[in-house]
Design a protein around this ligand. Structure first.
Ligand code: HEM
Length: 380
């Protein structure tokens, strides 16, 4: 039986003609146009009154999407499934990276960051003698290595499909660079004895890499949708003010994660031991040193809260971003409560871990919202 391929399959990347009457092509749920042509036989879909308009709409969607078969062939369900599996692979890897970020925060909160004093080995060995702290730090490294291997495998599988290369190449390159930077920063964090700038950039890059994996997974899923039987609609328009609100919230969140990393790596978590005031009944006793960092982190936290709620309100009519912004609004509310609890309970490791987990969740939701709103056309 001749093999049917769609444009994402391995090979030249050029769409190939369907040469066989295989199951996928005969299944109407996988056909964008009747194999007999638009006229068909009497009683065919195309000839039934009321369905011609649907067929016209389908044809216009075919020509609207650059990812669909344009030569009248049905897309290959096997290939669409392959792309979906890749998408799920990237999203799954984003989940593991998310766990890695939280594990990293717990390693730091347990004071285990230098339990393996050398890098890339631990006490000069691949598998050292363990105590609890060494096990913590070592498992962080092993999980990080697995994420790296997982990324390389998924990237290779994606790039093997020639039709995906132009769509995915740049994104994969950007994510690969983030991963390389993250590995170097992880090593420097140990070799520079937890210097504040390495800890903070390690935190930022880790979050950016997790977000990149989510975006890659979503993009592959969208490509599978566009080449499947039910093409996804075009991006929904967004007004300039909606775009501004979402991008502003994203920019503030970026600054807030940066400040959070600086607070923890400078051991400034208890520089303001009270709440709602910082210390001695004063809200802003100083803008300098550890206390200044802490005050700035709190202030940006409240600003993030307001900005994310404003963005959620502003984007409430946007079909795609509104759910991401709604989740972000929930997460930032929880984050403020957890941040305050962290101070009032004097930084217990569980709460510190939860604070990092919520921050990573916020990066993911708001990052997707920024990406989606950025690609939305502006009306008029
Ligand atoms: C949008 C809101 C917030 C975000 C996204 C955020 C994010 C972060 C991040 C990423 C860290 C670094 C965690 C790490 O190194 O593992 C951090 C640390 C910290 N944050 Fe926040 N934060 C927010 C609001 C707040 C608020 C309102 C407070 C207190 C009132 C607070 C208190 C702290 C403290 C005390 C630390 C240091 C924890 C430690 O040293 O273990 N945060 N934050």
């Amino acid at each position: 039986m001749p093999e049917r391929r769609c444009r994402f399959d391995r090979g030249s990347g050029t769409p190939r003609r369907n040469t066989g009457s295989t199951s996928g092509g005969d299944d109407p749920s996988h056909s964008l146009e009747s194999p007999r042509g638009p006229e068909g036989h009497p009683g065919s879909r195309a000839n039934r009154p009321g369905e011609r308009a649907n067929d016209r709409r389908t044809r216009s969607l075919v020509s609207a999407s650059p990812h669909l078969e344009q030569n009248g062939n049905a897309p290959d369900p096997g290939s669409v499934l392959g792309i979906r599996r890749l998408a799920l692979g990237f999203l799954g890897l984003a989940g593991v990276t998310y766990a890695l970020i939280v594990l990293g925060a717990l390693v730091r909160a347990h004071g285990a960051g230098l339990s393996c004093p050398d890098w890339p080995l631990c006490f000069g060995k691949v598998i050292p003698a363990f105590d609890a702290r060494i096990a913590f730090e070592w498992s962080h490294r092993v999980l990080a290595g697995s994420v790296g291997l997982g990324f390389l495998t998924l990237s290779a599988l994606t790039l093997r499909k020639a039709g995906l290369r132009p769509q995915m190449g740049k994104g994969l390159l950007a994510a690969g660079l983030l991963l390389a930077l993250q590995i170097v920063l992880g090593g420097l964090t140990v070799l520079r004895l937890l210097a504040s700038w390495t800890v903070t950039t390690h935190l930022l890059t880790g979050n950016a890499f997790a977000l990149a994996l989510v975006l890659l997974g979503r993009k592959l899923w969208a490509l599978a949708d566009a080449s499947g039987p039910d093409p996804s609609p075009r991006p929904e328009p967004a007004t300039t003010s909606q775009k501004f609100a979402v991008v502003l919230a994203g920019a503030l969140l970026f600054c807030q994660i940066l400040l959070g990393g600086l607070v923890s790596s400078n051991y400034a978590g208890l520089a303001c031991p009270d709440w709602p005031t910082c210390m001695n009944g004063e809200f802003f006793p100083s803008w300098r040193g550890a206390q200044g960092l802490h005050v700035l982190h709190r202030s940006f936290g409240y600003a993030c809260f307001l900005a994310i709620f404003f963005a959620a309100w502003s984007g409430r009519n946007h079909r795609v971003v509104r759910r991401w912004l709604a989740i972000a609004a929930l997460l930032v509310s929880a984050q403020i409560v957890v941040g305050i609890t962290n101070v009032l309970l004097r930084l217990p490791v569980e709460i510190t871990g939860l604070h990092s987990a919520l921050a990573a969740g916020l990066v993911c939701c708001l990052g997707v919202a920024v990406r989606e709103i950025a690609r939305s056309p502006t009306p008029g």
